[in-house]
Structures are given as structure tokens and as C-alpha cells.
Design a protein around this ligand. Structure first.
Ligand SMILES: Nc1ncnc2c1ncn2[C@@H]1O[C@H](COP(=O)(O)OP(=O)(O)O)[C@@H](O)[C@H]1O
Ligand SMILES: [Mg+2]
Length: 294
């Protein structure tokens, strides 16, 4: 039977019961440095919640996401999804990275179908699910294009479709739009917001862009750096779909950005000679992104 991948918003809200994610005192420090990695992170994501993790470069966002994906093992603590401890990668967690990671010798449709094929899904069901996935990211007319024929934004949309077509309980996204221009990013924010409203997947989204987080998230987790710990959790109590140009969004962006600037200043004041981060003045106030230097 065809898995109910794409439901109407109300049907999805009623029937999706998966996606309750718990991070329990999660610690992963890298050898040779006690300050790299993450330490003691506890976080619970409700089913269907959109949670963004923000923080400066190097604060441990990807480490956190890779632990949830099962690609890294924790030193201590655990990740529990729907009552089952994560012990490695699995189809219940799909990941979208900044680098789309598509196979260049396959078309958009074939890339989306790849995981289904590996999972032994019969051809007719595969084709139907791929068509639905393409429609969700508005790429029906590009189904037969090769990767080099797609724009950067289209490639990321194929990557999102490839993740969603597997019907994961949780969608994990690691700076998926960071390499795109501002206009394309805004378009993809709108599309991701629509997708999330339709599917009600739990999404854990990592970004260094405060603006992106405020646009998309129900809850923003701001990380401390070195080692990564939770500094503050901000609830974004604005209804979806959001108007990204609203004053509420702008005000919240300033609030969360201030948190991170404070963190950059704290790191600066504690930095040793061999590790000197850039100053908070490097924070880009136009795009609400953090500088690269920390
Ligand atoms: N495999 C690794 N070995 C050693 N240190 C690492 C490794 N991966 C990441 N780190 C260090 O851990 C910290 C957090 O990295 P990362 O999770 O990639 O941060 P972010 O995604 O927030 O930029 C950084 O200081 C980074 O240099
Ligand atoms: Mg990263």
C-alpha cells in the first residue's frame, strides 16, 4: 500500500504520530581538545515541531545533527526517537546537507527514486511517490533533467524531495540553503514552510542565520560555543504561514541576534592566544547571518 507521504494539512496533523525526538545529556567531544564538540545537550522536540539550532560557526551544530542522524556516536547521553534509542543511521531520519549530494549521472526523478529503489519499493509505487515528491517541490517539469541542468535552488529542492520521499519521522537539515543567493533562499523558506505545514514532519534545522531561524522555527535553540551547550531557548509564537516581512519577525531577529553577539563577545574575552575568534562586529546585520570567523 502506498505510504501516506503527502497528506493534506489537517489529515497529516491527525494521523502523523511519529517524530517525538529526545536528546538526553548528549555529549561528544573531539580528541585532543576538550572544548570542541558538544556537551550535556538535552532537548525535546514534539511531534511536528520545527526546531532551529543556531550558533556561530564551530559551536557544534553539525556535531549535534550528526549525532541525531546516527552518523556519530555520543561519548555519553542518548538520542531517542519515538521511544527507541538511535544507534546508527536509519530511514526514520532523513538528512539534507548544504551540499545537495545528488548523483550527477542521474536525473532529478532518478535521484529522488534512488532510496526507494534501494529499499526494494516496487516500480509502480516508486513512480507514484516520486511524482508526488516532485510536485511538492514544484519540479514536475524538471523530472528528467540531469543535475548540471538544475539551478542551485532546484538542486536543493530535489535533495529535499529525495529526503521526504522516504517518509521519515524526522527531517534533519544542516544549513541546506547557506550556499544560495538571498532571493532563492527566501523562495525556499516559503516552500519549506508550505511543505512543513502540509506534512507536519518534525524538523530539526541547523543554521548560522538568525533570520532564517526566526522565519521558520517554532523554537530556536541558541548554542554556546566551545564546547557547544544550550545558551537559550526562544519560542517563536507567530502563526504559520508567516509573512517574512512582518515587524514581529524583524524584532525577534534582533533579540536572537543580540544573544549570539553576547556569546561572540564572551568567547572573545576568554580566547587564548592560539584560538582567537573574530569580533562581534563581524556579524552581518543586513542578512542576519553570523560572520565566519568564530
Ligand atoms: N572530526 C572532528 N575532529 C576534531 N574536531 C572536530 C571534528 N569535527 C568537528 N570538530 C570541531 O568541533 C567543533 C564543532 O564543529 P561543528 O559541529 O562542525 O560546528 P558547526 O557545525 O557549528 O560549525 C569545531 O571546533 C570543529 O573544529
Ligand atoms: Mg556545520
Amino acid at each position: 500500500m502506498l505510504l501516506s507521504l503527502f497528506k493534506t494539512a489537517s489529515a497529516a496533523a491527525k494521523s502523523e504520530t511519529r517524530g517525538h525526538l529526545c536528546l538526553n545529556s548528549l555529549t561528544r567531544l573531539y580528541a585532543g581538545s576538550r572544548a570542541s564538540g558538544i556537551e550535556g545537550i538535552s532537548l525535546e522536540c514534539r511531534q511536528g515541531e520545527f526546531v532551529c539550532v543556531v550558533g556561530p560557526s564551530g559551536c557544534g551544530k553539525s556535531t549535534l545533527l550528526n549525532l541525531v542522524a546516527g552518523m556519530l556516536k555520543p561519548d555519553s547521553g542518548s538520542v531517542v526517537l519515538d521511544g527507541v534509542e538511535v544507534r546508527g543511521p536509519g530511514p526514520d531520519r532523513a538528512v539534507v546537507f548544504q551540499d545537495h549530494g545528488l548523483f550527477p549521472w542521474l536525473t532529478a526523478a532518478q535521484n529522488i527514486a534512488f532510496g526507494l529503489k534501494m529499499a526494494g519499493v516496487p516500480r509502480s509505487e516508486r513512480e507514484e511517490r516520486v511524482q508526488q515528491a516532485l510536485a511538492m517541490v514544484h519540479l514536475e517539469s524538471s523530472a528528467n533533467k540531469l543535475v548540471h541542468e538544475l539551478s542551485g535552488g532546484m538542486k536543493q529542492r530535489v535533495a529535499i524531495a529525495r529526503a521526504l520521499v522516504m517518509d521519515p519521522a524526522v527531517l534533519l537539515m544542516d544549513e541546506p540553503f547557506a550556499a544560495l543567493d538571498a532571493q532563492t533562499r527566501t523562495l525556499l523558506h516559503q516552500q519549506l514552510q508550505d511543505l512543513w505545514i502540509k506534512t507536519r514532519k518534525t524538523i530539526l534545522f541547523v543554521t548560522h542565520s538568525v533570520g532564517e531561524a526566526v522565519r521558520l522555527a517554532d523554537r530556536i535553540v541558541v548554542l554556546h560555543a566551545h564546547p557547544g551547550r544550550i545558551r537559550r531557548v526562544v519560542n517563536i509564537e507567530l502563526a504559520h504561514p508567516r509573512n517574512f516581512d512582518s515587524r514581529d519577525i524583524t524584532e525577534l531577529v534582533h533579540l536572537v541576534r543580540k544573544e549570539i553577539e553576547d556569546e561572540v563577545n564572551r568567547i572573545n574575552s576568554e580566547a587564548s592566544e592560539f584560538w582567537k575568534p573574530a569580533s562581534a562586529a563581524g556579524v552581518d546585520s543586513d542578512t542576519f547571518c553570523l560572520g565566519d570567523g568564530i
